[in-house]
Design a protein around this ligand. Sequence first.
Ligand code: FES
Length: 87
Amino acid sequence: MFKIDVDNINGKTESLYVYGEDSILTELEANNVLVNHSCRQGHCGSCILKLVKGDVVHQECLVPLSQGEILACQSRPVSDIKITTKI
Ligand code: FES
């Protein structure tokens, strides 16, 4: 299991424990942490979050990302991670 430390995303700061099988977006939604999203396919960029700590794997990603940015809909944790909203 991996720990996702949520740092002030839509007012929520909490730790979630996940198996890393579902996208970070899906895991956040399952825990009532709301994140902007639209396409869920790695195309629109509305679900960009900042990865503060840890590692993720990305699937489809057609959006240019800056250092430390991830697409919540297309990434899964592969270690304990800490995420926050894009600055
Ligand atoms: S919801 Fe569109 S890129 Fe994630």
